[in-house]
Design a protein around this ligand. Structure first.
Ligand code: ADP
Ligand code: MG
Length: 237
C-alpha cells in the first residue's frame, strides 16, 4: 500500500535520513522505532510531502507521490498526526476536530457522522467538546490530535510519538486506541521511542539509527530479542 524506496532527505546541508526503505501493507500497524534524533519524524515528513526527498521514491497504492504537494498527498487520505499535538489552542475541541477535514470536501451529514465516530472512539472527549483546547491535559490533547486525524477518514494514519510526555496510564490508553483504530480498518504507521509498548500493538517494525534503517522484523521477534532490549535500553524497554 505504502512503499518507500531508498529515500534520503536533508535540512539545508545537514543530512537527516539516508537510503530509507520501508513498506506498509493494508491493514497493518507498522512501527518505526528509534531514539531521539534518529530520523523518525523526518521520514514521516517526507511521506506527507512536508519535506522533499533527494533521491529514491515513495509510492502509495501504486501511484508515485513523492513529488506531489502536501495538500494532494492529504487528499489521498494519507494522514499525518504530527509530533507535539499542534492543536489550535483558542479553538474548542469540536472546532479542532473539524480542522481535520480542511483538505477534503465533506457534506454536513458526513461531518456529523465523523464527529460521532471520533466520540465513539474517544468517549472521554464528549464532556470536553466545547472547551478550548489549551485547557485540556496532555492526554486529552493527544486524543483530540488523533481524533482530528480520524476526521480526514484516513486510509493510512501516521502517528508521530503519540505517547510522548504522557503519564503511564494515559500512554496505555493511547496504545489501546491505536489497536481499536486498526481493528476498524485503518492502516497505521506508528513512530515511537517507546519500543516495548509499540511492539505490542504493531505487526512489524523497523529500527532506525542515525538516519538509516538498521533492522526490520516481526514485532513478536523483536519483542523477545534480548540483545535488542539491551541495545534499546533507555528507549522504552
Ligand atoms: N528543522 C530541522 N532543521 C535542521 N535539522 C533538523 C531539523 N529537524 C530535524 N533535524 C535533524 O535531523 C535529524 C533527524 O531528526 P528527526 O527526524 O526529528 O528525528 P526523530 O524524529 O527520530 O527524533 C536530527 O539530527 C535532527 O537534529
Ligand atoms: Mg521526532
Amino acid at each position: 500500500m505504502l512503499k518507500v524506496d531508498n529515500i534520503s532527505a536533508s535540512y539545508g546541508k545537514v543530512r537527516a535520513i539516508t537510503d530509507v526503505s520501508l513498506e506498509v501493507r493494508e491493514g497493518e500497524v507498522v512501527a518505526l522505532l528509534g531514539v531521539n534524533g534518529a530520523g523518525k519524524s523526518t521520514t514521516l515528513k517526507t511521506i506527507s510531502g512536508l519535506l522533499r526527498t533527494q533521491d529514491g521514491s515513495i509510492h502509495f497504492q501504486d501511484e508515485r507521490i513523492d513529488r506531489l504537494s502536501p495538500e494532494k498527498i492529504a487528499r489521498r487520505r494519507i494522514v499525518h498526526v504530527p509530533e507535539g499535538r499542534r492543536l489550535f489552542p483558542g479553538l474548542t475541541v469540536r472546532e479542532n476536530l473539524i480542522m481535520g477535514t480542511s483538505n477534503h470536501k465533506v457534506s454536513k451529514v458526513d461531518l456529523n457522522h465523523r464527529l460521532d465516530y471520533v466520540l465513539e472512539i474517544f468517549p472521554d472527549l464528549k464532556p470536553l467538546y466545547s472547551q478550548l483546547s489549551w485547557s485540556l491535559s496532555g492526554g486529552q490533547q493527544q486524543m483530540v490530535a488523533i481524533g482530528r486525524g480520524l476526521m480526514a477518514d484516513p486510509v493510512i494514519l501516521m502517528l508521530d510519538e503519540p505517547s510522548l510526555g504522557l503519564a503511564p496510564v494515559i500512554v496505555k490508553q493511547v496504545f489501546k486506541t491505536i489497536r481499536d483504530i486498526n481493528a476498524r480498518g485503518v492502516t497505521v504507521l506508528l513512530v515511537e521511542q517507546n519500543a516495548h509498548l509499540s511492539l505490542q500493538v504493531a505487526h512489524r517494525a523497523y529500527l532506525i539509527e542515525t538516519g538509516r534503517i538498521v533492522r526490520e522484523d516481526d514485532a513478536d521477534t523483536l519483542l523477545h530479542d534480548e540483545n535488542l532490549q539491551k541495545e534499546m535500553l533507555g528507549a522504552g524497554f
